[in-house]
Structure formats: C-alpha cells, structure tokens
Design a protein around this ligand. Structure first.
Ligand SMILES: N[C@@H](CCC(=O)N[C@@H](CS)C(=O)NCC(=O)O)C(=O)O
Length: 215
C-alpha cells in the first residue's frame, strides 16, 4: 500500500532538516519503505482538506490506505511497529525504546520549542531579552540530565531504536542555538544519528524539495 506523507512546499528552515517530516522520512528509510510526499503550503494546511488529516493544521501527516495519522511520535511508532528495524524484539527492551520516544517528545522537545518561540515569535517584545536566558537554561537543564544518562554509550538503550531516532531529531533543533555543542556526548550522539545512511537519504530528499528552482 502506498505511503504518502505531507511536507512543506518550502520549509522555513530552507532544508536544514529541522521540519518534522524529516523524522518520518528517516523512519521510513530505516525500514526501507518507499513513500510519496505531497507538498503543502502553510495556507493549505489550514484548509478543510488538510484539517481532516490533522485537526491542528500541521505537517507531517501520514496516509496509508484508509489510515490517516498525524503527530510524529505516533507516526514513527506506527512505522516501527509494522516493520522490523526500529524496535527491539525483546518486550521489555521494546517498552524502554518507546519510553525514550515519549521522553523525546514529552520531556525534551517542549523546552526546545519554547526557546524557538521565545526567539522567533516573541523576540521583538520588550521583555524578550530578559526571558531568553531563563528559557535557554531550561533547555540546558534537560540536556544535562540526558547527557548524564547517555554517558559514553552509543545509543540510549542498547542498539539504535525509534527512541534514538526521535531523540536525535528533537536534539537537532538545539544546534542552531549552540546549546547542543555545550554537551559533547549529545553532539556526538546526534552526529552518529546523522551519519546513518537512512538519515542521509531522508535529509537529501527534504533538501532536494527545499532547494529546487521556483516554479
Ligand atoms: N507535535 C507535532 C508538531 C507538528 C508541527 O509543529 N509541525 C510544524 C512543522 S515542523 C507545523 O506544521 N507548524 C505550523 C503550525 O503549527 O501552524 C508533531 O510532532 O507532529
């Protein structure tokens, strides 16, 4: 059955891989599943056709036959559950990998998004300069804890899993601020993720979309 995801027609990041379709592309590449991409504009994501797929008007979405999903955590879990390669066979190890997926989107991603909002959406407010360091420090607090847990391990819990895929994807967003590089083991962890052939293919695919000539 054909898998179709949605992605920005032109991503605001210009193809740096920070838009969330990249993590879904990465998961599909890890399990060798071909997929199609429907490119959408920001305006189109607020129209009824897209809202029927994602009530919050966001990308990416995932369609496969009569199944339509949104939320990258759910999409990546769906892919990982249906195809071998992203979740370990042992039940407890599998549960722990899923726990890391939730940790990525529930515990690590929120302060990172808050920092992005503080810079982009609120950067011109009179109180922004006072607030920014507080928000940045909340990101550092979480990364310090994650860094302590990772230590010098290659991945978070044994072999590479969907938990690492989600965590590395979320951490990537801390690189532009310089915060990722304050934690050398996390920076190396993200770099290991980016070095995976599946990530390279996913990155190249989204870059091609974002660097194609204008119509
Ligand atoms: N929690 C959602 C977040 C999706 C999300 O924020 N997508 C961004 C693009 S990376 C978006 O569509 N932003 C436009 C908007 O929120 O209106 C997920 O993980 O899928």
């Amino acid at each position: 059955m054909t898998i179709t995801i949605t992605a920005w027609d032109r991503s605001p990041d210009g193809g740096r891989g920070l838009a969330r379709d990249t993590r879904v592309r990465w998961a599909l590449e890890e399990v060798n599943q071909p997929y199609e991409v429907r490119l959408v504009t920001f305006a189109a994501t607020k129209q009824p056709a897209h809202l029927a797929l994602n009530p919050f008007g966001q990308i990416p979405t995932y369609e496969e036959g009569d199944l339509a999903l949104f939320e990258t955590g759910s999409i990546v879990l769906h892919i990982a559950e249906r195809h071998a390669g992203l979740l370990p066979p042992d039940a407890n190890a599998r549960a722990r990998a899923i726990t890391w997926m939730f940790a990525a989107v529930n515990t690590i991603e929120p302060p990172i998004l808050e920092l992005v909002s503080a810079k982009i959406a609120e950067g011109d407010k009179p109180w922004a300069q006072e607030r920014l360091p507080l928000v940045a420090n909340r990101v550092r607090d979480r990364l310090r804890q994650l860094s302590a847990r990772l230590g010098d391990a290659e991945w978070l819990d044994g072999a590479f899993s969907a938990g690492d895929l989600m965590m590395a994807s979320v951490l990537l967003r801390t690189r532009p601020s310089g915060i990722l590089d304050e934690f050398p083991n996390l920076a190396a962890y993200v770099a290991r993720g980016e070095a995976r052939p599946a990530y390279q293919r996913a990155f190249a695919a989204q870059l091609a979309v974002n660097t194609r000539p204008a119509d």
